[in-house]
Design a protein around this ligand. Sequence first.
Ligand code: 13P
Length: 287
Amino acid sequence: MLVNAKEMLDKAYENGYAIGHFNTNNLEWTKAILEAAEEKQTAVIIAASEGANKYMGGYKVVADLVRDLHDSLDITVPVAIHLDHGTYEGAKACIEAGYTSVMFDGSSLPLEENLEKTKEIVELAHAKGISVEAEVGGIGGSEDGVTSAGELADVEECKQLANLGIDFLAAGIGNIHGVYPDDWQGLSFDRLEEISDAVNMPIVLHGGTGIPEDQIKKAISSGVSKINVNTECQLAFAKATREYVEAGKDKEGKGFDPRKLLAPGTEAIKETIFEKIEMFGCERSAN
Ligand code: 13P
């Protein structure tokens, strides 16, 4: 059975480690995440953005894929299927489609509207035992080659959002999605500590790709209990697949068979997840 993400994150928050949130794109990705988590005996959050849901055929397809693979692979560790950066409509659709956790990202809306809609999503989700992540402040990222700087969330706004009964909070602390530019200033631990003191709940660190280990560990000790990783798995998959093709392996025997062609990339995703699990300190936390 899939679970929501509340209990696993509360446990991580109390015990000083973080749970990995890994975005999925297809069957291979989903299997890699499930198998890596089972091997390392940690709870895990499998996430899909609205774009990834559309790519895979819809919210129910994704929820069912994760649920069915979880069951048929005999996964014993806690697993949540989570909507990443959901719109109001997307979050409502996932609540109906069998997701066990949703993020409503109202960070680009005026604060009042973000608060109002978050409150509504919390009520709908909690009525079905689904956990809720909400965001304030906005998290920068790379789009069309332009990288925006990481924002710092306003502490008062974080408090207002946290008071709505959400289960975990995403707040900008200088983090950005995608590969960090060379002149990145690093995470703002002053702001993280202020937010953490104000909200007393698990904090979500988006943009987990490429954050150095010392900053990850410091963030965890200041209340970060969920770390989102997407780009790093994509880069690892692309690199391993490229190496396979460049070595001409797809032209040897039945090397073109997708079960062979996609195997090195899938293994590379698993290796990336192993590294993150070690860094986040969650190995064997499911026992
Ligand atoms: P990265 O792609 O930078 O790892 O960020 C992932 C993320 O925050 C998904 O919400």
